[in-house]
Design a protein. Structure first.
Length: 402
């Protein structure tokens, strides 16, 4: 390979959320990668750092051209006056909720889903409404392992208090690329009941090799007009700390309202490194192609390891993100009938083998039989983490008579 995805990088004592906030040996929870950034990004940040002046920046046209050119490969034609800069996807979603809903309104999410969705809704005094995804524990096909309950979705949309839907595309934590027909069905229902669709597409580039995702906004213009899309290079290129993202909508009325809200919330000001780093990121497609191969191979390693060494844990079929959804339901004995099983299991692994996997309950009540595992690691470190998981599960089974 041309790029280095093998080196184990010492991130301790760097003020790293993943490695320094807690003292776990294998912190496989936070969604960032333990790989060096693409060379173009590294060079860009170094040039800016060497300049020695770190004052105010403005958002130039080149960054928007980078988004426009990148999304052409996904069949989405964007224009400069349809894009807004924001410091991140979650800040964008915060502003969107404030701009297009009122206190006491409902915001719909499809659980299990990224846990920060809960916080951003509730902290803004809106109500979380769940459209739980349907899980088929026997499915070996990503298209059927999880599916949308459209009857329930329509019932939730019928409530006049439901003003907005947060769509996760591809979906975190189940790792599912939503296909065009599925997105069209969502759009038809949303338009029928006047529900604004906000599509978080931060994981869009992190698909299995030779697969691509479908942007919600690439649907028929009439279907996608009632939508806002949040995009960013941060997950793809491991630059979340540089705080750069964009918001896209063709709807001029939505655009103008959101432009004002982002300004009021002060989420539209770039830091000194974010503009050049984003431009550099979207010149790094060959690095991304290698990354996708590495992540796919890592996923296959995990799948084979679980099947041969920890058969009680099942990898849910997925085709996107570097976050794996692990079905641990076979480990749930009588001791955990009336408690948060995933929290108990996660804490046990941390205490006994210093492995931190996210408890599924964080992503919704229907996630409580699961753990989420980040696999964006060099293979040697990934295997260490898997062996720690094996040791931890053996101890867990012994202590709980499973």
């Amino acid at each position: 390979m041309k790029y280095n995805f093998d080196s184990i990088i010492d991130r301790k004592n760097t003020n790293s959320l993943k490695w320094d906030l807690f003292d776990d040996d294998y912190p496989m929870w936070v969604a960032d990668m333990d790989f060096y950034a693409a060379p173009f990004i590294y060079e860009s940040v170094n040039r800016k750092a060497k300049h020695g002046v770190y004052a105010y920046s403005f958002v130039n046209d080149e960054i928007f051209d980078s988004y426009i050119n990148w999304w052409e490969k996904y069949g989405l034609a964007m224009k400069r006056d349809e894009l807004l800069f924001a410091t991140g996807v979650m800040p964008s979603i915060t502003s969107i909720i404030r701009a297009f809903t009122d206190v006491g309104d409902n915001v719909l999410i499809q659980t299990p889903v990224y846990h920060v969705f809960f916080y951003v809704i509730e902290d803004n005094d809106r109500n979380v409404v769940e459209n739980p995804l349907i899980y088929d524990s026997a499915s070996h096909d990503v298209e059927t392992a999880y599916s949308i309950d459209f009857d329930d979705l329509e019932e939730k949309f019928k409530d006049p208090k439901t003003k907005l839907m947060l769509l996760c595309n591809p979906h975190n934590p189940i790792g599912r690329i939503w296909d065009e027909k599925t997105l069209e069905k969502i759009a038809i229902l949303a338009n029928k009941y006047d529900v604004l669709v906000v599509s978080d597409e931060i994981h869009c580039d992190l698909t299995d090799p030779n697969l691509t995702y479908v942007p919600f906004a690439s649907l028929d213009e009439d279907l996608a007009n009632n939508s806002i899309t949040c995009i960013s290079p941060s997950k793809t290129f491991n630059i979340a700390g540089l705080q750069s993202s964009a918001v896209f909508t063709r709807n001029k009325e939505l655009y103008e309202i959101l432009e004002k809200q982002l300004s009021v919330d002060c989420f539209n000001h770039p830091n000194i490194f974010s503009i050049d780093a984003t431009i550099a990121a979207y010149k790094s497609e060959d690095w991304l192609n290698e990354l996708r191969e590495v992540l796919f191979e890592n996923k296959m390693i995990v799948d084979e390891f679980l099947k041969s060494e920890i058969p009680e844990i099942r990898l849910v079929p997925a085709n996107a993100t570097y976050l794996l959804w692990l079905d641990c339901s076979k480990l749930r004995g009588e001791n955990f009938e009336n408690c948060e099983f995933s929290t108990s299991l996660s804490e046990f692994l941390r205490e006994n083998v210093s492995l931190f996997l996210s408890p599924g309950i964080q992503f919704g009540k229907n996630g409580d039989n699961f753990l989420r595992m980040n696999i964006a690691y060099p293979q040697d470190l990934l295997l260490e983490g898997l062996n720690a998981l094996k040791t931890g599960i053996e101890k867990f089974k012994k202590e709980n008579n499973i």
